[in-house]
Design a binder for this molecule. Structure first.
Ligand code: SAH
Length: 220
């Protein structure tokens, strides 16, 4: 697959999507899914309290943030500041409007091109966007993320997982990885899993959704 086209097709797809919660969730934003999703994410984060509570004035990144849905319902509950990273300008504009009174910064770029500031982040949250990165770019990006963590910081990933093989969706130019391919990528990026959880309460016809919490492998 040609990476340039893989990335530009995804941007073209998302440019045609309305900047709303429903748009972010592929038409599943009007029922109970947004709430079920946010509650499970907050419960997952509580398992990381033993690290996150040690961080003063925690800065989080919401990566592939869309309009900042996760920032609003999850990250601002634990962070003093959130950096919103998103390549589609109209989503960033929408995030700026509805988060205007919140302690947020806005960075309009794709994750394959983003170098997070070293030592800045207590929490780097990636949800439903890593399917838009190639394997090589994802490994390189995760290595940059691990260098951007402050002491006790954590990288979280919440993504669809496919059960048997990786599957490419040409409609939105994304690749759904298996649990196993995620684990290989984490290993290549020198990350270890400190917590993982399956999302419950989503309709059966959707892909299973998994959350992983990752930290740099201790060097000893
Ligand atoms: N994480 C948000 C948005 C999910 S929709 C939420 O859960 O509500 C998927 C998002 O990934 C869209 O905003 C899309 O623009 C973004 N995206 C597409 N390609 C990307 C890339 N290369 N890097 C980062 N984000 C990307």
């Amino acid at each position: 697959m040609n990476p340039t086209k893989f990335y530009s097709d995804a941007i073209e797809y998302w440019n045609g999507i309305e900047p709303s919660v429903n748009g972010m969730l592929g038409g599943l934003g009007t029922g109970r899914i947004p709430q079920v999703d946010a509650i499970a994410s907050r419960t997952f984060l509580r398992r990381l309290d033993y690290r996150l509570k040690k961080i003063d004035a925690l800065v989080a990144a919401d990566c592939g943030a869309g309009i900042g849905r996760v920032t609003e319902f999850v990250l601002l509950k634990v962070a003093s500041h959130v950096d919103i990273v998103e390549p589609v300008e109209k989503f960033v504009s929408q995030a700026k409007v509805h988060l205007q009174d919140k302690p947020c910064s806005f960075i309009c770029t794709g994750l394959q091109n983003w170098t997070p500031e070293k030592n800045r982040y207590g929490l780097i949250w990636n949800q439903w966007c890593l399917s838009h990165l190639t394997n090589d770019d994802l490994v390189a990006y995760l290595i940059r993320c691990s260098e951007a963590l402050s002491e006790n910081g954590v990288i979280c990933i919440k993504e669809n997982v496919s059960s048997f093989t990786e599957s490419f969706d040409k409609e939105d130019s994304s690749v759904t990885r298996t649990d196993d391919s995620f684990r290989k990528i984490f290993q290549m990026a020198n990350l270890v899993i400190i917590a993982e959880s399956l999302q419950h309460g989503f309709p059966d016809e959707l892909y299973p959704v998994k959350m992983f919490a990752l930290v740099p492998k201790p060097s000893n």
